[in-house]
Design a protein around this ligand. Structure first.
Ligand code: 13P
Length: 250
């Protein structure tokens, strides 16, 4: 039985003071028995949020990392630096980074390998544009993105990766994928993993859905057999996030 993961992606919101007051508002209402709960916050809010979450089982993650440990790379933060801070999770290859910062599938692969070698848990994002969906190439694209992201990674390490299926057209639009479409895409990703490795690895890896998840649509989306939780943007910035995390109403 795979444990669900509910990860909030705050994107470029919540500088330290706002971040800490928000976390203090919700932290005691979050159920971490059924799901691993992660808040992926801006770099400068990582330490304050980690401090505010002490004594809870809610984790933090970064939203990106550089694959080199250090170097003359102005404005970047390395996985090694995150590791030193004790940050457990890191999002890799979010579509906003692919689109806005020219991140490629091979770059995603390099970062994923590095994150795993450091003991960080990567949340690797894949997903199609509306054009690609209309062209009927969604499943091919997901197979390609997944295969390249996992290239050269052993099955023991692959199990530690979380893959987030985030259709670009569903991000921030209020137009979530239907539960059937989310299930089909996540199943395609799982079958791709089975093809690269084996059934055991495919059954162990956790695959999330992201894109306009709300407290209202989370129960149905997360109930799909191949959807192991969500990567949640806008709704993770509101007190309602507690309802997304406690999605089965218990
Ligand atoms: P929204 O939930 O705001 O659509 O964002 C999804 C997302 O990009 C999470 O990484």
């Amino acid at each position: 039985m795979r444990k669900k993961v509910i990860a909030g992606n705050w994107k470029m919101y919540n500088a330290p003071s706002k971040a800490v007051s928000f976390v203090n508002q919700i932290k005691d209402k979050i159920d971490t028995d059924k799901s691993d709960v992660v808040l992926c916050v801006p770099y400068i809010s990582l330490q304050p949020v980690m401090d505010a979450l002490k004594g809870t089982r809610v984790s933090v993650g970064a939203q990106n990392m550089h694959y080199k440990d250090e170097g003359a790379v102005t404005g970047e933060i390395s996985g090694a630096m995150l590791k030193e801070m004790g940050v457990p999770y890191v999002i890799i290859g979010h579509s906003e980074r692919r689109a806005g910062f020219n991140e490629t599938d091979t770059g995603v692969n390099l970062k994923t390998i590095k994150a795993l070698s450091l003991g960080l848990k990567p949340i690797v994002c894949v997903g199609e544009s509306l054009k690609q969906r209309k062209e009927g190439i969604t499943n091919d694209l997901l197979r390609r993105q997944t295969t390249i992201a996992l290239y050269g990674i052993s099955n023991g390490d692959a199990e530690k990766i979380i893959i987030a299926y985030e259709p670009i057209w569903a991000i921030g639009t209020g137009m979530a994928a239907t539960s059937a479409d989310a299930e089909e895409a996540c199943a395609t990703i799982r079958e791709t993993v089975a093809g690269i490795y084996d059934r055991e690895t495919a059954d162990a890896i956790r695959i999330l859905y992201g894109g306009s998840v709300t407290a209202d649509n989370a129960p149905e989306l997360f109930a799909q057999p191949n959807v192991d939780g969500g990567l949640v943007g806008g709704a993770s910035l509101k007190p309602d996030f507690e309802r997304v995390v406690n999605f089965d109403g218990k």
